[in-house]
Structures are given as structure tokens and as C-alpha cells.
Design a protein. Structure first.
Length: 254
């Protein structure tokens, strides 16, 4: 004698089974507020993008103070960027824009969209991602144990810059599209947000993308040297040295 229905999936047709699921439950959800740039009152651009000779996008953790030290004397804050303590600055004398982005991958797609109008009008774009040195992967990792920083390029044809090798990758607003393609082909990684560098590359516009794996975040005066050297080599007008903020607490018992 066989057991009727054995091994079959019977979905209940009674409405009483679905009473716990309220049909109106999802109608009452408030849609997320769309992110917007917060333009400063002193900015005279009326919320429109400005043409620049160079747009620099620096992205990483705890870089707000370092980024502000790169500003020229005549720099003006354009707006606040809705990603932690992030901001955009303009230097009229050098016609350079500097976007200082605190690392926040949850908002990178929306932030990219907000910066695209500035990226479209820039003659040249340079993006730089700062990451902890411990995140760098290499079969010969011992060769880098004494290095303060490891500098890599993403689709950059520059003799003194080594191309970023797999399985290392970068994501976020500053990431480059050429390395995204490499990841998809070899590791089946997918990314939902387009970056500033990706957009420029797809539009056949000049862009240079770099990543620096550093021994110290936030940067101190020593760890900042390779970063400053790289920025100067690509035409960024900035100081040759960096003085980090003074720490109020020494954590010493009195």
C-alpha cells in the first residue's frame, strides 16, 4: 500500500495560512531620502558644477585632516558630501577640484552620481584610494615588510608605477573600471555602483587611478610622504610635507 502524496509539496490554499502577512505592510514603508550635496552659503556656483583643469578624488578612512592639508591658500569649500566627513573644494588659481571622501561603501553609488557632473567637466581626473597595508595580498609579501607604503596603479601606463595585481581590488567612488573588468573575468566579482574613474574610462576621457597601501591610517608625517610624492607627480599642487593633528590624549597614567 502506497502513501498518497509522499514526497510532494502541497502549498496551502487557505487564506488563514497567510494571515500573518499583512498586504499593507510594505505600503507603509517610507522611501529612503535621496542624498544631495550640501552647498555652502559662500559658494557662488548656485549648485552647478564648475569646469576644472583637474579633479582629484581621494578616498580612505580617517583622511579628512590630511585632505584638508592639501588645499591651496585660495581654496574654497564648495559643498559637503553625504558620506561621513567628506567635502569638495575648489582652487580658483590652479583650477583644481579636490574631493575628500571618507570611506563609506554603503553610499558610494549615490556619491558617485553626485560627483559625475564635476567629473564630466574636468579636463583630467586623478583618483587615489588609501588602504591599510595589511590588506595587500602577494605571493612574495615578505618583500614588502619594511615598506612604509605600497603604491599601485589601476590601468595606469606609468613606468615607475606597478599595476595592481589580483587578488587585490578596490571599490568605492575612486575605483577604476579596468580592474573591475579583470575581477569579473577571473573571479566572477560584480559591483553594483559605477565609480568616477569607471565612468571617465568608459567615456574615453583622461583618468588616472591609484591605490596606496599604507602602514599608518590616519596618516602621520612619515606615512604621508609617498602619498604626497605621488600626488605631486600627477600634477596636484600640494605641500611637500604633512603635520598631523596633535593628539589630546597620551594614554599615560599620571
Amino acid at each position: 500500500m502506497s502513501c498518497p502524496g509522499f514526497g510532494e509539496l502541497n502549498i496551502p490554499s487557505s487564506r488563514a495560512f497567510w494571515d500573518d502577512c499583512d498586504e499593507d505592510e510594505f505600503e507603509n514603508i517610507t522611501p529612503a531620502e535621496k542624498l544631495q550635496l550640501k552647498f555652502d552659503d559662500e559658494w557662488t556656483g548656485d549648485g552647478t558644477a564648475v569646469e576644472s583643469d583637474l579633479l582629484v578624488v581621494i578616498e580612505g578612512s580617517l583622511i579628512a585632516h590630511f585632505g584638508s592639508s592639501l588645499l591651496a591658500k585660495d581654496s574654497k569649500r564648495v559643498c559637503g558630501i553625504p558620506a561621513k566627513a567628506s567635502s569638495l573644494h575648489w582652487s580658483p588659481s590652479s583650477k583644481q577640484l579636490l574631493a575628500i571622501l571618507e570611506d563609506d561603501l554603503t553610499k558610494s553609488g549615490e556619491v558617485t552620481e553626485l560627483l559625475l557632473p564635476f567629473a564630466k567637466l574636468a579636463k583630467k581626473v586623478v583618483t587615489l584610494t588609501l588602504k591599510p597595508k595589511v590588506e595587500f595580498k602577494s605571493e612574495a609579501i615578505q618583500l614588502y615588510s619594511d615598506d612604509i607604503a605600497i603604491v599601485r596603479g589601476v590601468g595606469v601606463e606609468q613606468k615607475d608605477i606597478t599595476e595592481l595585481e589580483a587578488p587585490n581590488f578596490i571599490a568605492g567612488v575612486a575605483a577604476g573600471s579596468k580592474y573591475f573588468k579583470l575581477l569579473v573575468e577571473n573571479f566572477f566579482f560584480t559591483f553594483t555602483s559605477i565609480s568616477v574613474a569607471s565612468w571617465r574610462d568608459q567615456e574615453k576621457l583622461p583618468v588616472s587611478s591609484f591605490v596606496i597601501y599604507t602602514d599608518k591610517l590616519p596618516l602621520d608625517s612619515t606615512a604621508a610622504q609617498p602619498v604626497l610624492k605621488l600626488l605631486q607627480s600627477v600634477g596636484v599642487s600640494c605641500s611637500a610635507s604633512y603635520i598631523p593633528p596633535r593628539k589630546e590624549n597620551s594614554y599615560l597614567y599620571m
